[in-house]
Design a protein around this ligand. Structure first.
Ligand code: PAF
Length: 280
């Protein structure tokens, strides 16, 4: 496995690699990332992983400073998983001099949900992923469905800017009790970790309500809200949205994403499920 730190080295290596699947990450790799790497390896003969904690997607109140950066154990995991190339640049390599001002934005997709609570977040995500796509020129790129809005924004970016890259949507990987895997789960204290499972439980019970015939999004939100408030979450949003436009859905007629963002102490967790109402 080659570990490279500069854009020049990445360009030099790229020619040798042929068809390539990229897994962009911010490191602190967990089983969720490892499943993205597995999907990448099944999709293309060569796999690259980028590890870069991107400053431009963090807001002033976010956790950029304390975001975990266990590079050597990340590299061991990548090597064991059969990754061919790791691109791990530093901030100065990605953003020399002044922070770059070039932005890609899709306000109808980026100012709602996470974008409303983390203004500028998706501009930073699009900026860094656009740079990674131009540096590594992958044929495939893998993103997790846990960050379903990120996935949708990046699909739109690739479509609108005509990149010849196939975005692979990869299923959310969960802990045995249902908590969606996230590098931020390690911030939870043991009692918070116990309460955190309420998010996935509430979403799964909303899924059951839809199976049972409920189609009004407001009924689902109320049920989810009760369960989260009972565990003393501070709720940022509970939303039912169209998976393509991210517009709110009132009565479900087709696939709908139920998305939650909520805080336990200083840790912010997000999760979602896709539901599909039956015909009756
Ligand atoms: O999902 C993430 O870890 C990041 O947002 C990404 C896509 C690697 C961009 O920094």
């Amino acid at each position: 496995m080659k570990v490279i730190k500069t854009i020049a080295e990445a360009r030099a290596e790229r020619g040798e690699l042929g068809t390539l699947a990229l897994v962009p990450t911010m490191g602190a790799l967990h089983r969720g990332h490892m499943s993205l790497i597995e999907i990448a390896r099944r999709s293309a003969p060569r796999t690259a992983v980028s590890i870069f904690v991107n400053p431009t997607q963090f807001g002033a109140r976010d956790d950029f400073g304390k975001y975990p950066r266990p590079l050597s154990s990340d590299l061991e995991k990548c090597a064991a998983a059969g990754v061919d190339l790791v691109f791990a640049p530093d901030d100065a390599e990605m953003y020399p001099g002044e922070m770059m001002e070039t932005i890609v934005d899709f306000p109808s997709l980026t100012t709602v949900l996470e974008g409303k609570h983390r203004p500028g977040h998706f501009r930073g995500v699009c900026q860094v992923v656009a740079k990674l796509f131009n540096i590594l020129e992958p044929d495939f790129a893998c993103f997790g469905q846990k960050d379903f809005q990120q996935l949708r924004v990046l699909q739109a970016m690739v479509e609108m800017l005509n990149w010849n890259i196939e975005i692979l949507a990869c299923p959310t990987i969960r802990e045995p009790d249902g908590l969606a895997m996230s590098s931020r789960n390690q911030y939870l204290t043991p009692p918070e970790r116990e309460r955190a499972v309420a998010i996935s439980k509430a979403l799964f019970s909303a899924q059951e309500m839809v199976k049972g015939g409920v189609k009004q999004a407001s009924r689902l939100s109320t049920a989810v809200q009760h369960q989260l408030l009972a565990k003393h979450f501070q709720i940022d949003y509970i939303a039912s949205v169209d998976p393509i436009t991210l517009k709110p859905v009132e009565i479900m007629t087709g696939p709908t994403v139920i998305a939650v963002a909520a805080r336990l102490g200083s840790t912010r967790l997000i999760d979602n499920v896709v539901v599909e109402p039956g015909n009756d």
